[in-house]
Design a protein around this ligand. Structure first.
Ligand code: CAA
Length: 379
């Protein structure tokens, strides 16, 4: 068993840590308050190669492993989960989906600019009436010969207005149920494609989440990903990797809140000594550190399995289920350690607590992870 990062992985981790401190931390409170997308920061993440980390160099990516990717996600999420979700969606869902299942032409045209960070992408599965029950797609893609006619609405789309390329899941043949679903590459600006207003969210407020409307959008046939009817499997396979990214985000949120609580507890005095000298606080910190380490092991293992070419369905869902639970528990405790200061924005922990919640919801709720895990272990 090997618990040591390679020299390259440690360097990437340090680069992400430095970036988070220098580029994400300034302005993070203001971006959250005013729901401002981190435009400049995302551009720089692209320049660093963090938007196409696992894509091979041939397609403009950095050609790194999944362990490096989760290290980056963890470090960025300690400071700004609104920026890290952009990294997660672009890497795990959009770039992975295109590299693994796209045609040579699709990779050339779309993957290259996405992986190099020139543009960003969005993954569009959820609908007003299809969240957890992802097979119940109401968006339709009617086969018209040379093109598909896309109609419907997608909800809660991360990078909704900032993306240039959208991977859209839609039902082509309802009689075939999920075997009649396809995935399409839709470009911003295609006629009939409109973007709804930005959602006013509890957390990750800097990320732009929108509904999308498709009204008789003509999608060229060559923009379908994979064989006819491959769309649901495409979504499931892609989400498996996405869950590792969100697990790493949850881990980072927890670790960021813990680091703040640890520092505060050693500085703040009560009853004549630092509050960390009181067992009530010291034991909280011990529990937080232990939970974070357990979550870290699950996240790194899931990424490692992916790198080994082994199945990571079970490990990815376990990592997401547990790390997101830990993110909630640890951030709540971090606010408690800070007392009244934890309740005000300047101390960051209240934002991390709000951000933590989404990790139990997107890319499959905790209940969906329990469903995937129970199916795997009862198989
Ligand atoms: N890999 C490959 N195929 C898979 C698969 C996987 N991991 N999981 C399921 N499938 C296949 C099955 O083999 C089956 O195919 P066959 O009929 O050919 O055998 C088919 O998919 C249907 O599977 P199920 O019968 O298991 O379907 P189900 O409806 O009972 O359950 C589910 C599936 C796991 C609940 C799934 O619907 C699911 O994951 N739901 C959650 C959706 C989700 O995560 N949404 C997140 C939105 S994206 C997002 O949040 C991004 C963002 O912006 C941050």
């Amino acid at each position: 068993m090997q618990f040591q990062l390679s020299e390259e992985q440690s360097m990437i981790q340090q680069a992400a840590r430095d970036f988070a401190q220098q580029e994400l931390k300034p302005g993070v409170i203001e971006r959250d308050e005013h729901q401002k997308f981190p435009v400049e920061q995302v551009r720089k993440l692209g320049e660093l190669g963090f938007l196409g980390m696992m894509v091979s160099e041939e397609f403009g990516g950095s050609g790194l492993d999944a362990v490096s990717y989760v290290l980056v996600m963890e470090e960025l999420s300690k400071i700004d989960a609104s920026a890290s979700v952009v990294v997660s969606v672009n890497n795990s869902l959009v770039c992975y989906g295109l590299e693994a299942f796209g045609s040579a032409e699709q990779k050339e045209k779309y993957l290259k600019p996405l992986a190099s960070g020139e543009i960003i992408g969005a993954f569009c599965l959820s609908e007003p009436e299809a969240g957890s029950d992802a097979t119940s797609q109401h968006t339709t893609a009617e086969d018209k010969g040379d093109y598909y006619l896309l109609n419907g609405t997608k909800n809660w789309i991360t990078n909704g207005s900032t993306a240039s390329v959208y991977l859209v899941i839609a039902q082509t043949d309802p009689s075939l149920k999920h075997h009649g679903i396809n995935a399409f590459i839709v470009e911003k600006g295609m006629e009939g494609f409109t973007i709804g207003p930005k959602e006013n969210k509890m957390g990750i407020r800097g990320s732009d989440t929108h509904s999308l409307m498709f009204n008789d959008v003509k999608v060229p046939k060559e923009n379908r990903i994979g064989e006819n009817g491959f769309g649901f499997k495409f979504a499931m396979k892609t989400l498996e990797g996405g869950r590792i990214g969100i697990a790493a985000q949850a881990l980072g949120i927890a670790a960021g809140a813990y680091e703040l609580a640890l520092a505060y507890a050693q500085e703040r005095k009560s009853f004549g000594k630092p509050i960390s000298d009181h067992q009530a606080i010291a034991f909280k910190l011990a529990d937080m550190a232990t939970k974070i380490e357990a979550a870290r092991m699950l996240v790194y293992k899931a990424a490692w399995l992916k790198d080994q070419g082994q199945s990571y369905t079970l490990a990815g869902s376990m990592a997401k289920l547990y790390a997101s639970k830990v993110a909630m528990e640890v951030t709540v405790e971090a606010v408690q350690v800070h007392g009244g200061y934890g309740f005000v924005k300047e101390y960051h922990v209240e934002r991390l607590m709000r951000d933590a919640k989404i990790t139990q919801i997107y890319e499959g709720t905790s209940e969906i992870q329990q469903m995937v895990i129970s199916r795997e272990i009862l198989d």
